[in-house]
Design a protein around this ligand. Structure first.
Ligand SMILES: [Fe+2]
Length: 179
């Protein structure tokens, strides 16, 4: 871990697994089958599983291949949120949350790019990957526990239908029509 990574890790509050499970349960309660939030919850779980898939590899080629899959999934998911959901947050009295959400995702994109420059079998690589995983988990916790549940409860059904349509459309640009 670089000095900057360590400093970020030190100031990033890490929630307990229990707190994360609570946030997810809260979001699952307000999600409707097939809507933007239920799609996002599925994608968050895919992202979590893909971090584990990268770590589970034992050779450079498969590690890079799983890392590429993680990068693609993160890009698809984050761009879809940036196009569809964060503007809706801003329109629904959550401008500060929207700004923070964009900022955190930009930082994750930069870190994923830097990860491509690190020897995949080194300890440095694992440290960096786990740092990104922690930052993404914290971001997901904020979305599920606060930002998105608030949005789901207060925006109009018409606005939320637009968010659903736009999120699906943007995600499919990268991933096709996979759930
Ligand atoms: Fe997300």
């Amino acid at each position: 871990m670089s000095i900057i990574d360590k400093a970020i890790a030190a100031i990033t509050p890490l929630e307990s697994d229990e707190a994360r499970a609570k946030a997810r349960a809260k979001a699952e309660k307000v999600a409707q089958p097939g809507d933007w939030l239920s799609q996002i919850l599925t994608h968050h779980q895919k992202i979590e599983a893909q971090f584990a898939a990268v770590k589970a590899t034992n050779d450079p080629a498969s590690r890079r291949a799983e890392q590429q899959r993680l990068g693609l999934l993160l890009t698809a998911h984050s761009l879809a949120e940036e196009a569809a959901v964060y503007p809706a947050l801003a329109a629904d009295n959550q401008v500060g949350h929207a700004e923070l959400a964009y900022q955190e995702q930009s930082a994750a994109k930069m870190e994923m790019g830097l990860l491509e420059r690190v020897d995949p079998m080194s300890q440095d690589y694992i440290d960096k990957l786990e740092h990104i995983e922690g930052a993404v988990a914290h971001h997901i916790y904020s979305e599920e526990g606060t930002w998105f549940t608030k949005l789901a409860e207060s925006a109009s059904p018409e606005d939320l239908a637009l968010v659903t349509a736009r999120y699906s459309e943007e995600f499919a640009r990268y991933m096709g029509n996979h759930p």
